[in-house]
Design a protein around this ligand. Structure first.
Ligand code: FCB
Length: 491
């Protein structure tokens, strides 16, 4: 691990670098430092190509509100947030940013920020209240209006088919650990892609399969709040089959659709250079970053356990490894932070992976206490680029929570978000210089919103939302990002 550079914060450190850049006026070279350790997270200016797509990402349950409007059914997140003690501050997504009613205003904001791509998700229980059968026309009409408004604004709609809000009745039948859900999910994907396919041609099948299976079924932190490792492992396999089958169904609706999935990725750095920690980091990468990707692209599971992967517990049957295949058109990467990984003795359940994870704290922390370390992002993109022969990548999420609020003049000077984004985009630029095929970047998120179990206690937006009256105010970071989106010039 690189030692701490100095007693200064990253903000001061970056500020110093940027100052140095201005003085020495070196437009595109890395800054020279005396030792390798000191180049950690060095900022490198970059001119993004003209066709690079600048965007933002959002998700239905986090912004829409209108939780029981227009015949929408109950989702597992409605049930979870309505259960006492599950979400900080007893917050719910009942209203959230009320984007169900204010989507025009929100798209207008994206347009003002010169953005060319808007990632949103479709709420399954708006389309099928109990997850099966005839679609709800009102739900489809909402997403048609949304997509039309985006197209009119010349902003590309990128629709995610599943960003965690499962219809509760399907959870009552077992949820993702129950294989029957595959047929339901495929049917839902066909309905949506058929209904919206004249407006939307870019699709993500899933958002963060690792997160919704592990946090929902193993750790109990997210809906449906279960703590069952065997069920989690089954869920991962069912999700993999659903990904493959949905891919084929969507392509059958229109072979020209571009289809990917947004994977949560976290660079797994061995805590020490020792062989055991190196092997543990590989297992952590296999489970956390690659478990739903190698299946899609290579038809096999990566090795995430010291012994064999528990295929029997997962319920893998003959022929399944053909079903899980999905030659995705692009890989979506959602990236927030790295982790330090070491080996520990194998135990039961999740401990059978014999892996210990630690949050790194060498860099400065966001207000969510997530470490700011852009080098991890660079390493992650390069690792995927190497392992998969330079695939087309879209950054489908990246961002930070800082709690800055309006000052006396109503401005939100969130310099830390600007520093964060500048640093992480510099990592993207470095990866592109080194050959990675990154086509797009979506900042998480356009608006402050409902941050899952954290409720409204975190603010990830480029735009501030006053949840008392739904007023939106563009933060300084939003203005900064809008200028960058116009020129592509990261300085
Ligand atoms: C990701 C989620 C997204 C948002 C960010 C902060 O894991 O995909 O919905 O909550 O984290």
């Amino acid at each position: 691990m690189a030692p701490r550079l100095c007693g200064c914060s990253r903000r001061e450190f970056l500020g110093g670098l940027i100052g140095a850049a201005a003085v020495s006026a070196v437009p595109s070279a890395a800054f020279a430092f005396p030792s390798a350790a000191q180049t950690a997270n060095a900022f490198v200016p970059y001119q993004f190509p003209k066709d690079f797509v600048w965007g933002v990402a959002t998700a239905s349950y986090q912004i829409e509100g209108a939780w029981n409007v227009d015949s929408k059914g109950e989702s597992i997140w409605d049930r979870f947030s309505h259960t006492v003690g599950k979400v900080k501050g007893a917050d719910t997504g009942d209203i959230a940013c009320d984007s169900y009613h204010r989507y025009r205003e929100d798209i207008e904001l994206a347009k003002r920020l010169n953005l060319k791509s808007y990632r949103f998700s479709v709420s399954w229980p708006r389309i099928q209240a109990d997850g099966t059968g005839k679609p709800n026309q009102k739900g489809l009409d909402y997403y048609k209006r949304l997509a039309d408004t985006l197209v009119e604004a010349k902003v590309r709609p990128l629709a995610t088919l599943y960003h965690w809000d499962l219809p509760q009745p399907l959870q009552d039948k077992g949820g993702w650990p129950n294989r029957d859900i595959v047929g339901r999910f495929v049917e839902y994907c066909e309905i949506v892609t058929r209904a919206l396919g004249d407006r939307v041609t870019n699709w993500c099948i899933f958002n963060e399969p690792w997160v919704f299976t592990f946090l929902g079924y193993a750790w109990g932190m997210h809906a449906p709040a279960l703590k069952d490792f065997a069920a989690t492992m089954r869920a991962t396999h069912v999700v993999n089959i659903a990904q493959g089958q949905a891919f084929r169904a969507i392509k059958a609706v229109n072979a020209r659709f571009r289809v990917g999935t947004a994977y949560s990725m976290s660079y797994c750095q061995p805590l020490t250079p020792g062989a055991e920690d190196q092997a543990a980091a590989k297992r952590a990468h296999a489970m956390g970053n690659d478990w739903f990707l190698r299946t899609a692209l290579k038809g096999e599971y990566p090795k995430a356990f010291p012994g064999e992967n528990p295929l029997d517990v997962m319920g893998v049957k003959a022929g399944d490894m053909e079903l899980v295949r999905a030659p995705l058109d692009f890989l979506g990467i959602n990236y927030y932070r790295r982790q330090l990984v070491s080996a520990k003795p194998a135990g039961q359940g999740e401990d059978s992976m014999a892996v210990k994870h630690e949050d790194a704290t060498e860099g400065p922390l966001t207000d969510f206490a997530w470490e700011v370390w852009p080098d991890g992002f660079y390493e992650m993109i390069m690792q995927i680029t190497r392992e998969y022969g330079n695939p087309a990548i879209e950054i489908t999420e990246n961002g930070c929570s800082y709690l800055d609020s309006p000052d006396a003049k109503g401005h939100i000077p969130d310099q830390r978000r600007i520093d964060f984004t500048r640093g992480y985009l510099s990592a993207v630029g470095r990866a592109m210089k080194d050959g990675a095929d990154v086509r797009a970047y979506h900042h998480w998120s356009l608006l402050d919103n409902f941050e899952w179990a954290e409720g409204f206690a975190q603010r990830f937006g480029l735009v501030y939302v006053d949840f008392r009256d739904q007023r939106r105010i563009i933060k300084d970071s939003g203005h900064w990002y809008g200028r960058l989106a116009a020129t592509g010039s990261l300085t």
